[in-house]
Design a binder for this molecule. Structure first.
Ligand code: PGA
Length: 252
């Protein structure tokens, strides 16, 4: 399976900044052999359309950072899966810890969002991860189990392998404190075992990424871990130079 390296821009980049970034990124990628790596950028909603126009035919996917589970309705400020599909969006980040922490994103909403994304034809990238306190208390596996089981409960076993999961320990996001290779491997192998309990086929097919303070310096070691199928990159994805360097480190 090819690795997926996704750039989570969060609330960064105007349309002008996004298109300038992509032009530089494509120049940098042209110098690389990325046959076994799939790339995606996750711009804010306002830059999705222009990013899709720039990425067409370039082999870089464009993902949204969130969506509502309903197709339409009285949900002021929200965006639905069919609206994203119409633009040409190929996937969607769901359940990022910043959405859980600041915007009240619940496992209940995610249990509806993940199948809604699949149904519409978007590739869901579900984020899960424990807090520092949960890790200190020895609750990492319990937290991951809760999130994976709840958020995926309404996904049929035959579609489970089409979901990607990003394991993002909250204490590693934006802190510069990256998980050790042992911590990342153990958590991701645990998530894969949870998926295997529901479907062996899905566990084999599912991409499970690591996220949290990934940089060009640490990406190679993380991406070489046996269960790690890619990376979700925040801060270090904001410069085309460092994002291209991370992409290059995924190349076998
Ligand atoms: P970071 O963010 O790479 O800046 O730690 C990762 C993420 O939030 O997805």
């Amino acid at each position: 399976m090819s690795a997926l390296i996704a750039a989570n821009w969060k609330m960064h980049k105007t349309v002008a900044e996004a298109t300038a970034y992509l032009d530089e990124l494509f120049e940098r990628l042209a110098a690389l052999e990325l046959t076994a790596t799939q790339l995606a950028v996750c711009p804010p909603f306002t830059a999705l359309g222009p990013a899709i126009a720039r990425c067409r035919g370039r082999g870089v996917g464009v993902f949204a950072q969130n969506m509502h589970e309903q197709e339409r309705g009285a949900f002021t400020g929200e965006v639905s899966a069919p609206m994203l599909i119409e633009l040409g969006v190929s996937g969607v980040v769901l359940g990022h810890s910043e959405r859980r922490q600041y915007f009240g994103e619940s496992d209940r909403a995610l249990a509806a969002k993940v199948p809604a994304a699949l149904e519409a034809g978007l590739a869901p990238l579900l984020c899960v991860g424990e807090t520092a306190r949960e890790r200190e208390r020895g609750d990492t596996e319990g937290r991951l189990r809760d999130q994976v089981e709840h958020d995926l409960e309404a996904v049929a076993p035959e579609r489970l392998g089409d979901v990607a999961i990003a394991y993002e320990p909250i204490w590693a996001i934006g802190t510069g404190v990256v998980a050790t290779p042992d911590q990342a491997q153990a958590a991701i192998a645990f998530i894969r075992a949870l998926v295997r309990d529901r479907s062996a086929d899905a566990a084999g097919r599912m991409r499970i990424l690591y996220g949290g303070s990934v940089t060009p310096e640490n990406a190679g070691e993380l991406l070489a871990l046996p269960d790690v199928d890619g990376a979700l990159v925040g801060g270090a994805s904001l410069s085309p130079e460092s994002f291209a360097a991370i992409a290059a480190s995924a190349t076998p």
